[in-house]
Design a protein around this ligand. Structure first.
Ligand SMILES: Cc1cc2nc3c(=O)[nH]c(=O)nc-3n(C[C@H](O)[C@H](O)[C@H](O)COP(=O)(O)O)c2cc1C
Ligand SMILES: CCCCCCC(=O)C(=O)O
Length: 383
C-alpha cells in the first residue's frame, strides 16, 4: 500500500508541487475558468434540470459513518480482488469519451496517469484516440474496454476483438446510452463534439467501420461522421442480444447502467460477470434514482453472485467508504479526473486520483477499520 502510515505527511508534501486544487468544488471551478464554455459544459452538465446529477452527490449524505475507536488501525489494506486480479484500491477510472475536448493528449494522458497510480483505466468506445494507442499509453496498468454497442453488430464484434488483442482484461457494455439524453447546456451551445469529428478517432481505426465508408476518412471526414451517427447507438438491443457479445470473447463482461434490481437479476440470468450501478453521472434520465440509493437493493438481490461496482457522484474518500459498505466491490470516478486532465494533463489526473486514495485511506482508518474488505453496513446509519 503505497501511502503507508504517514499519509498526511506525504499528501502535505505533495501539495508543494500541487497542480490542481484539492477540493472537488474548487477543481470544478478551476476547470470552468480554464476551458471554453462548450467543452466545459459538455463535461460538467447533465440531463434536464440536473436533479439526478445533484442527487447523485446529495444522497450520499443520507448515510452517516459511525466511527469505532481503539481498534489499532496502524496497518491498512485498501486492496480488492476482481476477476482474479488484485486492485490496490477499490477505484477505477470511469469510461469517458472524447477527452481531447479538454486536453490534446486526452485518454493517452489519463491512461498513463491511472497506470502510474495503480488505478485501472476503462477506455471508452467514444475515445478520441484508438483503443490500441490508449492501451499502449497505459503500459502495464490494468485496462478494461467499454463498448458502445453499434447498430452494426460486426463493428461491435470488431471493437471487442481489438480490445482483447490490445490487452484489455474486461468488457464493460454500457446500456444506458443508445442515444444521448436531453442535455440542455449542449443544446444551448449547439455543441456535440462528435459532429466535429472529435470522439470518433477510435472508430476511424476500426477496419469494419472503415469498410462501411464510401471514401477513406482522410478524404471525407464528414462522410465518416455521418456514418458514425448512423451506427453509434443501438436502441433495438434486448437481453437476448447479450449472447452475441458473449460469443465474441472469453473476457469477463460487465453491464454498466443498471439501476433496477430486476435488471440485476437478469444480468445474472444471462450469464454476465458483473454489473455497474450507474445513472451515467445524471447525463441520461433526469429524475432517475441516484446510484447510491439504487445500490443497496441491487446488492441484496445479487447476493454476492457477481461483483457489483458503482459510479455517479463519487467525489471524496467518504463516498467510496459508503459505497463499499453498502455492497459495492469498487467504484468508478468520472468528472473529477477529467477536470484534473483539463487543468494539468497526466499530472492533474494523477494528483486527483492520489488525493482521492489518500482521503479514502485516512477515512478508513479514522472510521476504525483497517481493510476495505471489512466494510459493511454496520459502519453506517441512514438518517
Ligand atoms: C464527459 C463525459 C463523457 C462520458 N463518456 C462515457 C462513455 O464514453 N462511455 C460510458 O460508458 N460512460 C461515459 N460517461 C459516464 C461515466 O462513465 C460515468 O458513468 C459518470 O461520469 C460517473 O459520474 P461522475 O462523473 O459523477 O463521477 C461519460 C461521462 C462524462 C462526464
Ligand atoms: C451520441 C452519444 C455519444 C455519447 C458518448 C459519450 C458519453 O457517453 C457521454 O455521456 O457524453
Amino acid at each position: 500500500m503505497s501511502y503507508g502510515n504517514h499519509v498526511q505527511l506525504k499528501v502535505y508534501k505533495e501539495q508543494e508541487q500541487a497542480v490542481v486544487p484539492v477540493s472537488y468544488e474548487e477543481l470544478e471551478a478551476a476547470a470552468k475558468e480554464k476551458l471554453e464554455a462548450s467543452p466545459y459544459y459538455y463535461v460538467a452538465a447533465s440531463a434536464g434540470a440536473e436533479v439526478t446529477a445533484k442527487s447523485n452527490q446529495e444522497a450520499f449524505n443520507q448515510w452517516k459513518i459511525v466511527p469505532r475507536m481503539l481498534r489499532d488501525t496502524t496497518n491498512r489494506d485498501l486492496s480488492v480482488e476482481l476477476f482474479g486480479q488484485t486492485l490496490p484500491y477499490p477505484v477505477l477510472c470511469a469510461p469517458v469519451g472524447v477527452q481531447s475536448i479538454v486536453h490534446p493528449e486526452g485518454e493517452i494522458a489519463s491512461a498513463r496517469a491511472a497506470a502510474s497510480v495503480g488505478v485501472p483505466f476503462i477506455s471508452s468506445t467514444a475515445s478520441t484516440h484508438s483503443l490500441e494507442k490508449v492501451a499502449a499509453a497505459g503500459e502495464d496498468g490494468l485496462k478494461w474496454f467499454q463498448l458502445y454497442w453499434s447498430s452494426d453488430r460486426e463493428i461491435a464484434a470488431s471493437m471487442v476483438k481489438r480490445a482483447e488483442n490490445a490487452g484489455y482484461r474486461a468488457i464493460v457494455v454500457t446500456l444506458d446510452t443508445p442515444m444521448m439524453g436531453w442535455r440542455e447546456k449542449d443544446i444551448e451551445n449547439a455543441y456535440l463534439p462528435f459532429l466535429m469529428g472529435q470522439g470518433i478517432g477510435n472508430y476511424l481505426e476500426d477496419p469494419v467501420f472503415c469498410s462501411r465508408l464510401a471514401k477513406p476518412p482522410q478524404e471525407d471526414l464528414i462522410g465518416a461522421v455521418t456514418q458514425w451517427s448512423q451506427v453509434f447507438g443501438n436502441p433495438g438491443l434486448t437481453w437476448e442480444d447479450l449472447q452475441f457479445i458473449r460469443m465474441q470473447t472469453s473476457l469477463p463482461i460487465l453491464l454498466k447502467g443498471i439501476l433496477h434490481p430486476e435488471d440485476a437479476k437478469l444480468a445474472i440470468e444471462y450469464g454476465m460477470d458483473g454489473i455497474i450501478v450507474s445513472n451515467h453521472g445524471g447525463r441520461q434520465v433526469d429524475g432517475a434514482i441516484s446510484a447510491i440509493e439504487a445500490l443497496p437493493e441491487i446488492c441484496e438481490v445479487v447476493n454476492g453472485e457477481i461483483p457489483v461496482l458503482m459510479d455517479s457522484g463519487i467525489r471524496r474518500g467518504a463516498d467510496i467508504i459508503k459505497a463499499v459498505a453498502l455492497g459495492a466491490k469498487a467504484v468508478l470516478v468520472g468528472r473529477p479526473y477529467i477536470y484534473g486532465l483539463a487543468l494539468a494533463g497526466d499530472a492533474g489526473v494523477k494528483q486527483v486520483l492520489r488525493n482521492l486514495i489518500a482521503d479514502l485511506d485516512l477515512t478508513l482508518a479514522l472510521s476504525g477499520r483497517t481493510s476495505v474488505r471489512e466494510l459493511d453496513k454496520s459502519l453506517l446509519r441512514k438518517m
